[in-house]
Design a protein. Structure first.
Lengths: 287, 310
């Protein structure tokens, strides 16, 4: 009796997730494996229906030795990631903390802060910043530009680009803000009270209570941000893969190899970050 | 740092200090709010400008020669009524199916103990980090080989139909499906067992328990996932551009890309200017803004109760 009940419980569980498993196999795992197989062939648009002709590691060798664009794009993506992730996280945390403040019109500000979730479509906002929209109003005047020119000289255009970029990056913080707000709400107020009684200043409370309690959420956010920027519409590698796919030589094996290299890179990076950051996360229930 | 604070503290005390802190907070709120609202306002202001205003250095925010011309032009160029209908059909259908499917799957992961559950859940996390770009060639070939149900759609296979956006979504996959499964699992994990146990003892089957007992309190999570899914499908430009090639199936982002491509031609650019692109972008997200206007309160509140991080 006991065994059958348990078995029935397990079977019901499988019943709930069965659909997803089928979807996972059909729309993700099989395409991914086929992509891997194709990456060892020289398939192109003309011979898709023919049996695959294997060329060994040729596509991979080409990606790293002959292709002069792929590796630089990959490195550039890495560089952007290293700059973007801390900026996005710090900004999202600051906004989440601000959004929690109880001030007149707080509702309005909260509504505004979640705008990026709704409008933060790469397709639209990207267009906006490609146009003049990205120029900071502050630096539109000639005076400010000349002033900066004195200090920065030749580096002025790069600096302006950096400013534009950082504003653009802030638009990718919507989900992270939401996750931080949820995390902040879940911190036990008793912890703050205890810290206050012990004489901790607001500054100390932030570092000694808020941050440690927020570390699990931080982990979620870091991983999410990395994945998000790796699958971003403006990601250089993805743009390049798309371009190669629709290039006139119609090769399909080569972009498959590029895609797979890229996927492996993301996979390893996420594993590394997860392993590294997990060591610094703090769970309250743990000893 | 703390020395500076102490110095400030000595001079500013009690009520004055409280007011000062508040002023700083409000100032920061306005600042950050400005960053998010500014591009939208800029879009709006430029969409109302006449082309000449772009060559007039004295015009910054307020158009000098107000004009609805951009809207008239872009409304036609986007084929707005048609693409609005198409995009709504795609996004709403996909979002409804995805929300239901992900709730079911998330519940399965949260509440049942079966061999291999945690290993299978690792697959959910795995699915999250596969960029859609890596598999789109294979998906294209797959959808091309799958026969479409006869009579329902005009196309012989899944291409040029919305099936590639409905079927994977109805299985809890599709655009960020794994993320939604994760959210629902976290949510259901945090719910108390008592109600469920009571219903099970009363003899309700597991699926009835799910639909009658577990779903109603899950409303906040459902709203959040539905909105995310709707917005992301609405804004997605990669998948439609690959799976939809017939122009009467086009969705908003495809039209937007078309308009932009047409306007990148210098001759048209000189005639219509940046204003037209801004108008097109604004019209593309306008339905989302309206939707957000009505749901934002619910949205902001519900995300705080979802226990996203459980």
């Amino acid at each position: 009796m006991r065994v059958t009940l348990r078995r029935r419980h397990a079977l019901t569980g499988y019943g709930f997730i069965a659909l997803w498993l089928v979807g996972f196999l059909l729309f993700l795992l099989v395409p991914l494996v086929r992509n891997l197989i194709w990456s060892f062939t020289d398939t192109n648009m003309q011979n898709v229906s023919n049996p695959l002709s294997f060329v060994g590691m040729d596509n991979y060798v080409e990606a790293f030795t002959i292709d002069i664009e792929f590796v630089p794009y990959l490195l550039e993506t890495f560089r952007n990631l290293v700059i973007d992730v801390p900026v996005i996280l710090a900004f999202a945390l600051a906004v989440a903390l601000l959004a929690m403040q109880d001030v007149p019109g707080g509702m309005l500000f909260r509504a505004i802060f979640f705008l990026p979730v709704v409008v933060g479509s790469a397709a639209v906002i990207g267009r906006l910043f490609d146009m003049s929209g990205g120029q900071l109003v502050l630096f539109r005047g000639q005076g400010a530009q000349q002033f900066l020119q004195i200090y920065l000289g030749d580096r002025l255009p790069a600096f302006m680009q950096f400013l534009n970029r950082s504003i653009f990056v802030l638009w990718r913080t919507g989900v992270q803000i939401l996750i931080f707000v949820a995390g902040l709400k879940s911190i036990d107020p008793a912890l703050y009270e205890a810290a206050e009684v012990d004489g901790a200043s607001a500054w100390a409370r932030f570092w000694k209570v808020t941050l440690p309690m927020l570390s699990p959420v931080m982990l979620v956010n870091i991983v999410y941000t990395i994945i998000d920027s790796f699958t971003d519409y403006f990601n250089l590698v993805l743009r390049y893969i798309r371009m190669v796919t629709f290039r006139t030589d119609l090769r399909l094996g080569y972009p498959s190899a590029l895609g797979f290299i890229y996927f492996i890179v993301i996979f390893i990076l996420v594993l590394l970050v997860f392993g590294f950051v997990s060591r610094f996360t703090f769970y309250r229930g743990e000893r | 740092m703390s020395k500076a604070f102490a110095w400030i503290r000595r001079f500013v005390r009690g009520k004055t200090r409280k007011i000062l802190v508040r002023a700083v907070v409000i100032l920061l709120l306005v600042d950050v709010g400005f960053i998010f609202v500014m591009p939208l306002l800029r879009m709006l202001s430029q969409s109302l400008m006449n082309v000449m205003d772009f060559y007039d250095p004295t015009v910054v925010w307020i158009p000098r020669r107000w004009s609805w011309e951009n809207y008239r032009l872009v409304f036609q160029a986007l084929r707005y009524p048609l693409s609005f209908k198409n995009t709504t059909l795609l996004a709403a259908g996909a979002a409804v199916l995805q929300t239901i499917a992900c709730a079911i799957v998330g519940y399965g992961f949260a509440r049942f103990n079966f061999p291999g559950r945690d290993k299978i859940f690792m697959l959910v996390l795995f699915a999250m980090i596969v960029p859609p770009h890596v598999i789109f060639i294979q998906l294209f070939i797959l959808y091309k080989s799958l026969p479409a149900p006869a009579g329902l759609v005009a196309s012989p296979n899944w291409l040029d139909t919305y099936l590639p956006f409905y079927v994977p979504e109805a299985m809890g996959m599709g655009l960020r499906g794994a993320l939604f499964v994760f959210i629902f699992r976290q949510f259901f994990k945090g719910m108390p067992w008592e109600l469920e146990d009571a219903a099970l003892i009363d003899g309700a089957g597991p699926f009835r328990v799910f639909f009658d007992i577990m779903l109603p309190p899950a409303q906040p999570a459902i709203v959040v996932v539905f909105l995310f899914s709707f917005v992301w499908h609405w804004n997605d430009s990669l998948q439609p551009s690959i799976f939809l090639s017939k122009t009467d199936m086009y969705v908003m982002t495809q039209r937007l890309a078309e308009v932009e491509a047409a306007l990148s031609d210098m001759r048209y650019r000189a005639m219509w200017g940046t204003g037209a692109i801004m108008t097109a972008a604004l019209l593309t997200i306008l339905p989302l803004l309206v939707l957000y206007l009505f749901t934002q309160r619910y949205f902001v509140e519900s995300i705080e109760r979802t226990g996203l991080i459980g």
